[in-house]
Design a protein around this ligand. Sequence first.
Ligand code: ATR
Length: 289
Amino acid sequence: MPSLGRLLIIGYPLGHTLSPLMHNTAIGELGLPYHYEAEAVPPDGLAEALERFRVDEVVGFSVTIPHKETILPLLDVVDKETERLGAANTVVLADGRFVGTNTDGVGFLRSLTEDGSWDPEGRAAVVLGAGGAARAVAAHLALAGASSVVIANRTLSRAERLADDLARALGRQCFLPLPLEAPATADAIRQAECLINTTSVGMAGDPRLPVPAAWIEPHLMVCDIVYRPLETPLLEAARARGASTLDGLGMLIYQGAEAFRRWTGHEMPVGIVRMRLEEALAREEAEHS
Ligand code: ATR
């Protein structure tokens, strides 16, 4: 029997990554000759791991924390947008060369437009947080034609730096940095049509909301990129206040689907994948309760 094409996720620590279940479900459904596994690669082992992957002729791999930025100089080819974002989450080995890309923003946008039926074109959005996820989300809102993208962060200087960086990288003046807990942010949220949480507030057992529930009005589309739990305190509050909501599982699946297409040439069967991941998250929650 011919050996299976190797796919991996590298990160450190890897924790309970859903990526192997996601990709192996898709591989199994489509009957493709690949296998996807997780490999914990510490920061000082990254260069060695890449050389090993080149020798072993892996098909490709996902990149997660803490390697998304530090991997860029180790790759042979990086597309322009990934270069501008300064972080890669997907690598394909093509003719012996590592080709890096970033599918996070594309994944978020597909989730927003397909699952949330919300098109950013000409509309205002507020992004909470200024880390790597905020960078991908804010950039793709702007690339999709959002009229304004407020970046509200606890540490204002980080929001300012991100807004400056994105304005320069994309040649758009639509980014406005604000402190997270400020009356101006409450106003911005009231005037916007979409609110996206990219902070870690509300993750796994954290009962807090990144902004007060009173700031959320029924006309808003409220998204959380956190998917543990699937319904974060922010989404629960938004639903209770009559707003539309979108959980973070869609972004995880669609960024994975984009990577899967690049590695295998096939479309990920996202419906069955979502079902399996929801079951796995429900099992995790039952174990922890
Ligand atoms: P990632 O790259 O995954 O997006 P990150 O760079 O660690 O993650 O960023 C996490 C984000 O969550 C940051 O915007 C952080 O705010 P600071 O820049 O002020 O640190 C935000 N965050 C984390 N804990 C928070 C808290 N308790 N309240 C508000 N924001 C918080």
